[in-house]
Design a protein around this ligand. Sequence first.
Ligand code: 3NM
Length: 208
Amino acid sequence: MSIQLPKVYPITDTTISGLSHSEQVKRLIAGGAALIQLRDKQASSRAFYSDAQAAIQIARAAGVKLIINDRVDIALALRADGVHLGQSDMPVEAARRILGEQAVIGFSTHNLEQIRRALSLPISYLAFGPIFPTASKLNPDPVAGLNQLKRVREMSLPTPVVAIGGINISNALDVLNAGASSVAVISAVLANPSRIAANLQQIMTSTE
Ligand code: 3NM
């Protein structure tokens, strides 16, 4: 159920990039992405479904895995590789029942107590953040910092940990060295839409 994650895990955002999910996926794949999450807190179900459908076709043709944020129904309908759930989304156990044993299920946590509670859940990876201040999420939790991330490493979790929040080319390697298996990035890669592939490639190179 646990999975091996690439060191850099980009997440799409149509507001920050000004591009459709499928166009972002194209550019992220050109930059070397192996796993991409589609995240949309605004689009109608119909609009998100059809954009995600186009994105999945592109990802599949390239052998890239696609995870859908929040929407278990859309992940199931499109046979996406999995879902990413937050603390207020559908319970992880219910999503696992719907999507099956093979699905990748990621789960967001924001403090050590939430991680402890997540340990008994059927998840494939845990996300932990925000590590640094972020403007890409509405009402983010308090910043955890690298020290909290080091404490997460000391818990020797059975699942990989994806660090998220304010991660960019200057700090990605520090975050991995503090114990994350992978870094999730939004604005550092998407804020300049003409440089999505180049920025992703640079962050990936910085982590080697
Ligand atoms: N989740 P950026 S922080 C989507 O703390 C998200 O769980 C967070 O965007 C969490 O890379 C965040 O632009 C936003 O800071 C990450």
